[in-house]
Design a protein around this ligand. Sequence first.
Ligand SMILES: CC(C)(COP(=O)(O)OP(=O)(O)OC[C@H]1O[C@@H](n2cnc3c(N)ncnc32)[C@H](O)[C@@H]1OP(=O)(O)O)[C@@H](O)C(=O)NCCC(=O)NCCS
Length: 215
Amino acid sequence: MEWIVIFGAGGHAQVIIDILELMGLYRIAGIYDDSPELVGKFIYGYPVLGLIGANSIIRKGIIGVGDNDRRASIAIKVGERMPDFEFISAIHPSAIVGRNVSIGPGVAVMAGSVINPNSVLQEHCVVNTMASVDHNCRLEPFSSIAPGAHLGGGVTIGTRSFIGMGATVIHNIHVGPDTVVGAGATVVSNLPSQVIAYGTPAKVTRSREVRETYL
Ligand SMILES: CC(C)(COP(=O)(O)OP(=O)(O)OC[C@H]1O[C@@H](n2cnc3c(N)ncnc32)[C@H](O)[C@@H]1OP(=O)(O)O)[C@@H](O)C(=O)NCCC(=O)NCCS
C-alpha cells in the first residue's frame, strides 16, 4: 500500500478518510491543515503533520476540503510548493461508475452516487453522497454536486461551480464557471458564470464573487 497525505481536517476530510480506508489501496500518513492549534494533535486517528503549504515527504494525496474555491487554492499552493505532488481520487466502493467514465486526479465520489457512461469528472471535482451524474456529462475542474443532486444527460458544470443539495439539472444544460445553484432548485435553462440561482424553475437572483463562501 502506498503512503498518502490529506489536506484539510474538517467534515469533508472525514468522509474522504472513510472512503480511503474502505478502498484499501493507501495508507494515510497524516493530515495537513490551516489551523496551527491542530498541528501535533490526532484527528480521526491520524496525526496533523503541519500547515497546508508545508513541505511533505510524501508526495501523494488528496484535498479533503468541500468548498470549491478553497480546494482550488490549496491545489495551487501544493503544486507551487511540490510540483511533483500526485493527487489520487477517492471513489466509494458503493458508487456505481459506468463505462468510459473519465475520473481526473483529486476527484471524490461519495457513497451511493451514480456516474453514467461517457461522463468526464475533471480534476478535484466532488460528486457527493447519493448524487447522480447521467451519461455524457462534464464536471469541470473543482466543481461539485452536493448530496442528492441529480444531473440529466449531457450537462456541463463549469469550473468551481456548485450544485446544491437535492437540486435537479435537466439534460443538456450548461452551467458557467463559479456559479452556485441553491438547494432544491430545478435548473431548466443554461446559467451564466458567477451567479446564484435557485427555485423551481431556477432563476438567477444575483451575481457572486469568485471567493464568496456558499456552504
Ligand atoms: C442559495 C444559497 C447559496 C443562498 O444564496 P443567497 O443569495 O446568499 O441567499 P440568502 O441566504 O441571502 O437568502 C435570500 C432569500 O432566498 C431564500 N433562499 C435561500 N436559499 C434558497 C433555496 N435554495 N431555495 C429557495 N429559497 C432560498 C431565503 O430564504 C431568503 O428568502 P427571504 O428573502 O424571503 O428571507 C443557499 O441558501 C443555498 O441553497 N446553498 C446551498 C446549500 C447546500 O446545498 N449545502 C450542501 C452542503 S454539502
